[in-house]
Ligand binder design. Structure first.
Ligand code: DAT
Ligand code: MG
Length: 156
C-alpha cells in the first residue's frame, strides 16, 4: 500500500540559516512535490539537541556537534509524501559533503562534515521520534530575537 502521507523531519542547521540558504532548500522540497506540513524557526537548547542526537552521544564529535547545532537558530520542518524519508535522504546527499554528488543539497552548498547545513531523518521510525521531539503538540515555541545575533553575519 502506498503511503502518500509518509512524513520526514528535515532541519536546516545554524550554518544553513546564517548563510541564507533557507529559501533554496525549501524550494527543492517544494519543487520535488513534497508537502510542507510544519515549519518554525527556533534557537534550540543543548538539552533538546542531546535528545535529538542521543544515538551519537558516545562519538568523539558529539560535544562539537551539540555546540555547533546550538550556535544559532535552526529551521525544523516536516515534509510529507510518498517515500519522503528515503527520498529526503537522497536529496540531502551523504553525511560528508565531500562524498555528496553534485545536485544534492550537501553536494551543492557545503564542504565539511562538521558544517553540513541540513538534517534529515534516516528512517520512518526516527522521523516519528524527531517530529515528536521538535513539534510537541502540548507546547508552543517562542519567537526568535533576530537583533541579538543576526547582524554579526553582515557587519563586523
Ligand atoms: P546524518 O546527518 O547524515 O544522518 P549522522 O546521523 O551519522 O549523519 O551524524 C549526525 C551529524 O553529526 C552529521 O550530520 C554531522 C555530524 N557528524 C557525523 N559524523 C561526523 C564526523 N566524523 N565528524 C564530525 N561531525 C560528524
Ligand atoms: Mg542521522
Amino acid at each position: 500500500m502506498a503511503d502518500n502521507k509518509e512524513r520526514t523531519f528535515i532541519m536546516i542547521k545554524p550554518d544553513g540559516v546564517q548563510r541564507g540558504l533557507v529559501g533554496k532548500i525549501i524550494q527543492r522540497f517544494e519543487e520535488k512535490g513534497f508537502k510542507l506540513v510544519a515549519m518554525k524557526m527556533v534557537w534550540p537548547t543543548e538539552e533538546l539537541l542531546k535528545k535529538h542526537y542521543a544515538d551519537l552521544a558516545a562519538r568523539p564529535f558529539f560535544p562539537g556537534l551539540v555546540k555547533y547545532m546550538s550556535s544559532g537558530p535552526v529551521v525544523p520542518m516536516v515534509w510529507e509524501g510518498l517515500d519522503s524519508v528515503k527520498t529526503g535522504r537522497k536529496m540531502l546527499g551523504e553525511t560528508n559533503p565531500k562524498d555528496s554528488a553534485p545536485g544534492t543539497i550537501r553536494g551543492d552548498f557545503c564542504i565539511q562534515v562538521g558544517r553540513n547545513i541540513i538534517h534529515g531523518s534516516d528512517s520512518v521510525e526516527s522521523a516519528k521520534h524527531e517530529i515528536g521531539l521538535w513539534f510537541p503538540e502540548d507546547k508552543k515555541e517562542g519567537v526568535i530575537d533576530w537583533a541579538s545575533w543576526a547582524e554579526k553575519w553582515i557587519y563586523e
